[in-house]
Design a protein around this ligand. Structure first.
Ligand SMILES: [Zn+2]
Length: 352
């Protein structure tokens, strides 16, 4: 929904030759939505390229949303491991002594990548185990105030650590590197990695636990989807208003800040709207609404995680512009709800 005169909603570019591509409102990696796949012609090629490279792939591969896509059978064209996700084998009987081991998922198939030798040590300050692969170990230091004391002369220390390795040789290699750094790891019996045995479908699976940190790129990617959404459904002229400058500057240049939090509970309608609840559980929902001078947006990806933002205080869009859409891969986008019902739900959710 953009007008004839070209202007980029992110950088203000207005050279008509700089608008050759189209911007997908919901990143292409998240699916296609029938003949109604929402696109914009008011994002310039520079901004489009920046988002494609910096945000969309990141969101599709390196986040909890990315992993949820794998579960839904939506894969990417690259197998690279997820650098920003903490994926570990869950503490279950299948995983046994390998619970907590760090693993990666093949982005093209959703299968586990080959398990790699690693050293894990508990950071007493954060309460979290840290994982080091061979190449990370070379300059590793373990200060006593953070990691505790090694045992010595038969006295048990306070280190909590493990080595997981595919062979005794690799186990010993890790011990040698630790020793070379002055880390007195006792040699002990190695935990040899579980062999990945294919299941009936030929897939290699083990129960996983996945943690993601929501960094600035992640928030920028969401901010971009929001401004796209505003341009698509409220119009380009709404999106270029100064009210939304905070959103465009944050999305495109990482400047400023947005209020952002991950909701503990999803923005679900009351239980009597069971059908709607079921629908929402299946797709991506993006909502923008106006409540007492606050504009609130919500993004929900595939029912797994809900992201709720307070986008802007003292901004106001008309009540009739309150709406929620659902996007499900392979289906047409569906308008979920408009107007007062939405703010009623939000009020219930917030306990207002
Ligand atoms: Zn631009």
């Amino acid at each position: 929904m953009c007008t004839q005169t070209k202007i980029c909603i992110y950088c203000g570019q207005n050279d008509p030759t700089k608008f050759k591509g189209v911007e997908h409102v919901v990143p292409q990696a998240f699916g296609t939505f029938g003949s109604e796949t929402p696109t914009l012609d008011c994002v310039c090629d520079d901004c489009n390229g920046y988002f494609g490279k910096k945000h969309d792939l990141y969101l599709a591969r390196e986040t909890v949303e990315g992993v949820v896509r794998y579960k839904k059978g939506i894969f990417s064209s690259a197998a690279r491991p997820q650098k920003h996700l903490h994926i570990t084998l869950e503490n279950t009987p299948e995983n046994g002594q390998f619970a907590g081991m760090k693993v990666a998922i093949d982005g093209t198939t959703g299968e586990l990548l080959e398990l790699k030798a690693q050293f894990q040590v508990l950071n007493h300050k954060t309460g979290k185990k840290e994982t080091y692969f061979k190449h990370d170990l070379v300059n590793l230091q373990l200060p006593e105030d953070v990691y505790g004391r090694p045992g010595s002369n038969g006295v048990k220390g306070t280190w909590v650590c493990n080595i997981f390795a595919p062979s005794k040789a690799e186990h010993d290699e890790i011990v040698d590197i630790l020793h070379a750094n002055g880390i007195a790891f006792g040699s002990g019996e190695p935990f040899l990695l579980p062999k990945l045995i294919p299941d009936d479908d030929g897939k290699h699976t083990l129960p996983l636990s996945i943690e993601a940190e929501i960094g600035i790129e992640h928030r920028q990617a969401h901010a971009k989807i929001f401004l796209n959404f505003i341009a698509k459904y409220l119009g380009r002229d709404e999106a270029i208003k100064a009210d939304w400058d905070f959103l465009r500057h944050y999305a495109r240049f990482g400047k400023g800040a947005i209020k952002y939090r991950v909701a503990e509970h999803p923005l679900l309608p009351p239980a009597k709207d069971e059908e709607l609840r079921r629908l929402i559980g299946e797709g991506i929902v993006i909502q923008i609404q106006n409540m007492g001078g606050h504009v609130v947006g919500a993004i929900r990806f595939y029912g797994n995680q809900t992201y709720q933002y307070i986008l802007h205080e003292n901004a106001s869009i008309p009540d009739e512009h309150e709406f929620g859409f659902m996007f499900t891969d392979g289906k047409e986008p569906a308008m979920l709800i408009t107007g007062k019902n939405l703010s009623r739900w939000i009020k219930q959710y917030r306990g207002d």
